[in-house]
Design a protein around this ligand. Structure first.
Ligand code: AMP
Length: 199
């Protein structure tokens, strides 16, 4: 299974990807997780992207493409992949198309998770994430709280609100989504036959 999962922040791309990895054997590739890992490690890449991510801005297309060109050639991608949070701009989608052709990889489908704006807004502001980068379990203070407040049920690490999930960063991320990422729906619709809209 080789899928692109499209949708606004908070639409559920990560949750759907995690479920599909269990049934399909495909790997989840989340550019957001890769970048957060780099920030946590304090690597050169992490230093480069930290401020941009905290503000809810997109990092540069060139940088993302360098990461993805390497990632898609790792052996675990042979059994399939679920792209979560990538591509995020038309230039990334165009570069991905070229990259896949070069690597002789055929995508099965692009799936858009179409969730109303008020729902994603509510979900993002109440979402909490486990700080353990090997776990990254997601909770919601309203609909799915951990058994003990602030503590991950799965690994016991702390649960926090992501730096880019303050009200200001969330509204910036949603505006960025509308401006830069929503046009990908038209891009993949135009690819024909391989686009699904899930509401
Ligand atoms: P996410 O977890 O997918 O919401 O991503 C968190 C943040 O990582 C985004 O707000 C961006 O700053 C950055 N990011 C993740 N994926 C991309 C991408 N494909 N292009 C540019 N920036 C990205």
């Amino acid at each position: 299974m080789k899928l692109i999962l499209l949708g606004a922040p908070g639409a559920g791309k990560g949750t759907v990807a995690k479920r599909l990895t269990k049934t399909s054997g495909a790997v989840q590739i989340s550019t957001g997780d890769i970048l957060r890992g780099a920030v946590k490690e304090g690597s050169e890449l992490g230093k480069q992207v930290a401020a941009c991510m905290a503000a809810g801005d997109l990092v540069s297309d060139a940088l993302i493409m360098r990461i993805m060109e390497a990632r898609l050639q790792e052996p675990d991608c042979d059994s399939g992949f679920l792209l979560d949070g990538f591509p995020r701009t038309i230039p990334q989608a165009e570069a991905l198309k070229e990259l896949l052709a070069k690597l002789n990889i055929e995508l099965d489908m692009a799936v858009n998770l179409d969730v109303p704006k008020d729902v994603v807004l509510d979900r993002l502001s109440t979402r909490r994430t486990c700080v353990n980068s090997d776990c990254q379990a997601i909770y919601n203070v309203k609909s799915n709280p951990p058994k003990q407040e602030g503590v991950c049920d799965k690994c016991g690490a702390a649960i926090v609100q992501r730096e880019d999930e303050t009200e200001e960063a969330i509204s910036h991320r949603l505006a960025t989504y509308e401006e830069k990422t929503a046009p990908l729906i038209g891009f993949y619709e135009a690819e024909g036959g391989r686009f699904v809209n899930e509401r």
